[in-house]
Ligand binder design. Structure first.
Ligand code: NDP
Ligand code: BG6
Length: 484
């Protein structure tokens, strides 16, 4: 969706870890697209740094290869590519040593423009980089620092990281990325809720029976075994992406669409989450081998691993709006299809006037990926003669189709997020207290696993372990199918 582009002022963006996977797969393509869409101003500069012995030409060659690999061929234009590569520069810098920081200072612009430091490196380097930037006197009021997950692995480490960042930067300068917040449909959830009069009166326990939030992936751990086996689905997905989706679904309307107004409301939701005391409210799973598909343990190269590749849980938000409404969350790898959605199941009609027929309940599904869109299932009369027969149908709003008719492209989350950093807009970034509160809710769940049976096995290509189905069955409900 590139129709209206708000230009930004010239900026310096320093990417630490510019030769790594995230930089090549996401950041460089995202910046290319922003330039192609006319949002990157003349004079904008992207300075890559890493230990690799490259010069500016070498980095441009690496970036050019990244564009070939990760930008669709039809979007690659020789002229735009040339202009983009001209914005790039490179500094060889080992952040674990005191050398090189003065050279970085020498490369930065001196015209008072915004400067963002993007830490696309392992978290153990965050403190060193924050300190190095500070020591070299490179923190000005319009300096920003961007950090990626994992933002800690529990409350204690998240607090330590926040404290480390706070030594050199004000909270208003820290941009903690959860890329789910940059997805178009996630932002659309806020538009749907707060720019329409229709839903808000119904958005509460009186009218909503329950909410299902699903982030299903068909891929496995894709060569990330050493990282993932140390982390698992709860830390990798639930603590951040799924809880953020829950917050946006459950939060009260903020007074304004402004960073702290939105983040205050999300924080209240996190604080209202009831601790999960009943082990039966959480199901963990791990995929096993099936035919030619490898098991999780084989992929992780850890034959005894008890790391979960699937989690389903029942959460409750303890406040007036949501009292008694379960929020069922599930996420997993090697499931039947890649589907991310938030489904709001409305209550049954209080009384059916149609003899012998129970109208189907309304369901509002917000599809994040693939086929981004919104569907509302409704009960209507089955067309034609034969008496009053009812059938269900859906009102469909497909963003994908809408875009196809306009020739526009669905932007990647990183495009939006990187430009928000440059603009200095923190609305779609997590504040330190949100991250800590989320960990505070997750930690006891993970701690209880120490004395619990290992994850339940499930087949690759399935919907997860049987126990996850039971989580809803025992409440007289069922999951929506994981259909692409
Ligand atoms: P990679 O291992 O692919 O890249 C790490 C980068 O850090 C490389 O450019 C490496 O370059 C550089 N580096 C390593 N040591 C040093 C050092 N001492 N001094 C300076 N640079 C160094 O990691 P990713 O790109 O996958 O991930 C980066 C961060 O982003 C991590 O925090 C990760 O958790 C997070 N992340 C990644 C995602 C992804 O899709 N990849 C998704 C979400 C978060 P060199 O060896 O040349 O120094
Ligand atoms: C990342 C997780 O944060 O999100 C990955 O570390 C996961 O394990 C990915 O695959 C999913 O993101 P998306 O945008 O593909 O749904």
């Amino acid at each position: 969706m590139t129709a209206r582009v708000i230009p930004v002022d010239p900026f310096d963006l320093v990417v630490f870890g510019a030769t790594g996977d995230l930089a090549r797969r996401k950041l460089i393509p995202a910046l290319y697209h922003r330039l192609a869409d006319g949002q990157m101003p003349d004079g904008a500069r992207i300075i890559g740094t890493a230990r690799s012995a490259l010069d500016a030409e070498g980095f441009r060659a690496l970036a050019s290869e990244a564009l070939e690999a990760f930008v669709p061929a039809e979007a690659l234009d020789a002229d735009i590519r040339g202009r983009f590569l001209n914005c790039l520069d490179y500094l060889q810098l080992d952040v674990s040593t005191p050398e090189g920081w003065e050279d970085l200072r020498g490369m930065l612009s001196t015209d008072g423009r915004p400067c963002a430091y993007y830490l696309s490196v392992a978290p153990r380097f965050f403190g060193m980089i924050a300190e190095g930037i500070g020591r070299a006197g490179l923190v000005e009021p319009n300096t920003r620092i961007v950090v990626e997950k994992p933002l800690g692995r529990d409350l204690a480490s998240a607090r330590a990281l926040n404290a480390q960042l706070a030594e050199g930067f004000d909270e208003s300068q820290i941009y903690r990325i959860d890329h789910y917040l940059g997805k178009e449909t996630v932002q659309n959830l806020m538009a749907l809720r707060f720019a329409n009069a229709l839903f808000e009166p119904l958005w509460n326990a009186r009218h909503i029976d329950h909410v299902q939030i699903t982030v299903a992936e068909s891929v496995g751990i894709e060569g990330r075994g050493p990282y993932y086996d140390h982390v698992g689905a709860m830390r990798d997905m639930v603590q951040n992406h799924l809880l953020q989706l829950l917050c946006l679904t459950a939060m009260e309307p903020p007074a304004r669409f402004e960073p702290d107004a939105v983040r205050d409301e999300k924080l209240k939701v996190l604080r209202a989450l009831e601790p999960i005391d009943d082990p039966a409210d959480v199901v963990r799973g791990q995929y096993r081998a099936n035919g030619t598909a490898k098991s999780y343990r084989e992929e992780a190269e850890n034959p005894d691993s008890t790391t979960e590749s699937f989690v389903a849980l029942r959460a409750r938000v303890s406040n007036w709006r949501w009292s008694g409404v379960p929020f069922y969350l599930r996420t997993g790898k090697r499931l039947r299809n890649r589907v991310s959605e938030i489904a709001i199941r409305f209550r049954d009609v209080p009384h059916s006037i149609f003899p012998g027929v129970a109208p189907l309940p309304n369901m509002l599904a917000i599809r994040l990926q693939p086929d981004e869109g919104i569907t509302l299932s409704m009960t209507v009369k089955d067309p034609g003669p034969g008496g009053m027969r009812l059938t269900d149908t859906t009102l469909d709003m497909s963003f994908a189709e809408r875009l196809a008719t306009t020739g526009m492209r669905m932007p990647d989350a990183y495009e939006r997020l990187v430009m928000d950093v440059i603009r200095g807009d923190q609305t779609l970034f997590m504040r330190g207290d949100e991250v800590e509160t989320a960990w505070g809710w997750i930690d006891p769940i993970i701690a209880a696993w120490q004395s619990a049976p290992p994850p339940r096995p499930y087949d690759p290509g399935s919907s997860g372990p049987e126990d996850a189905l039971m989580l809803l069955h025992r409440d007289g409900r069922r999951w929506r199918e994981i259909e692409a």
